[in-house]
Design a protein around this ligand. Structure first.
Ligand code: NAD
Ligand code: UDP
Length: 318
């Protein structure tokens, strides 16, 4: 098949591309490199079955493809809040253009939605029928309301135009290739511990998240795309940790001497988050296989190479 991956130079997109290329598909990666890096897809650049297009999805584009994985959108709060209007445009205009493309060429379309559509949830764990508790005018709204509109658009193209859609609600995902300055909690703690800096815990660290390793996530996305169910389906790892527990796990694995520095909790930061993955288990026969200890080990190895080499580079340049 010829498969388009928007946001393919990013963290999840590049791991997805690795799997699709290994499955011998033709892959088109479309990215504006806001948070993506050419380095993530470097190994495919000379492959005749791979194409890279530098393109911003807030502009329309015409391509002929069989499937579209629509991932383009900054995912980390510091990046999606950098230019909130642009984040909304990416979610609304970008998703609209990609759905228009899917309609024109009759491609199957998978939206990378998010657990953020549940906002600061009042039910726990979150199942797909929960409608969420989202602030429409807060600092996270450009992202979570943007994704809610993206879901609405996907379902309206499905109901009105028979576009063959799939909607994945992705929960916190981590792994190699996250940016060092990504700003999300796993990469922040790992980079800080490797550099001997204090681990910045926001609030008292009692808020929870459930962390999914990227290879498990990618397997879930591929199953959803190639299965029969539109979704929305939660894809995430139900193992729930407080942020303080995560900090301690990273300390134990990287640097037991590293300190914890408490910082203010950002506005609208969700207090608890854990996916109910009954649907993914029963409809996709999918569940995560990589425990946090193993996933963290692989992530730390990846960052260790990058953090030490960038320090060397930094030292060489001063
Ligand atoms: P990422 O920031 O690493 O990747 C996003 C990619 O999209 C980057 O390569 C970026 O350059 C590209 N992009 C952004 N705006 C664009 C635009 N206007 N035009 C073209 N390309 C653009 O993030 P990620 O963690 O890989 O997330 C991928 C997708 O999964 C996102 O849609 C995100 O909302 C969703 N998601 C991720 C998580 C997670 O924990 N990683 C959780 C829920 C949902
Ligand atoms: N967080 C933290 N220290 C950091 C970065 C994040 O304590 O250096 C907290 C953040 O306040 C949130 C949790 O970790 O409660 C997860 O944050 P992240 O940005 O990774 O994801 P999201 O909030 O979007 O789930």
């Amino acid at each position: 098949m010829r498969i388009l991956v928007t946001g393919g130079a990013g963290f999840i997109g590049s791991h997805l591309i690795d799997r699709l290329m290994a499955q011998k598909h033709e892959v088109i990666c479309l990215d504006n490199f806001f948070t993506g890096r050419k380095h993530n897809i470097l190994k495919w650049l000379d492959n005749p079955y791979f194409e890279l297009i530098r393109h911003d999805i807030t502009e329309p584009i015409k391509l002929e493809v069989d499937q579209i994985y629509h991932l383009a959108c900054p995912a980390s709060p510091i990046h999606y809040q950098y230019n909130p209007v642009k984040t909304i445009k990416t979610n609304v205009m970008g998703t609209l253009y990609m759905l228009g493309l899917a309609k024109r060429v009759k491609a199957r379309f998978l939206l990378a939605s998010t657990s953020e559509v549940y906002g600061d949830p009042e039910v726990h764990p979150q199942s797909e029928d929960y409608r969420g508790n989202v602030n429409p005018i807060g600092p996270r709204s450009c992202y979570d309301e943007g994704k809610r509109v993206a879901e609405t658009l996907a379902f309206d193209y499905y109901l009105q135009n028979n576009v063959d859609i799939r909607v994945a609600r992705i929960f916190n995902t981590y792994g190699p290739r996250m940016l060092e300055n990504d700003g999300r909690v796993v990469s922040n703690f790992v980079v800080q511990a490797l550099k001997g800096e204090p681990l910045t815990v926001y609030g008292d660290g009692s808020q929870t998240r459930s962390f999914c390793y990227v290879s498990d996530l990618v397997e879930g996305l591929i199953r959803l795309m190639n299965g029969e169910h539109t979704g929305p389906i939660n894809i995430g790892n139900p193992d729930e940790y407080t942020i303080l527990q995560l900090a301690q796990a990273v300390q134990n694995m990287v640097n037991p001497d590293s300190e914890v520095l408490f910082k203010p909790l950002p506005q609208d930061d969700p207090k608890r988050r854990q996916p109910d993955i009954t649907k993914a288990k029963t409809l996709l026969n999918w569940q995560p296989t990589v425990p946090l200890s193993e996933g963290l080990k692989l992530t730390i190895e990846d960052f260790r190479d990058r953090v030490t080499s960038s320090d060397k580079h930094h030292l060489a340049s001063v």
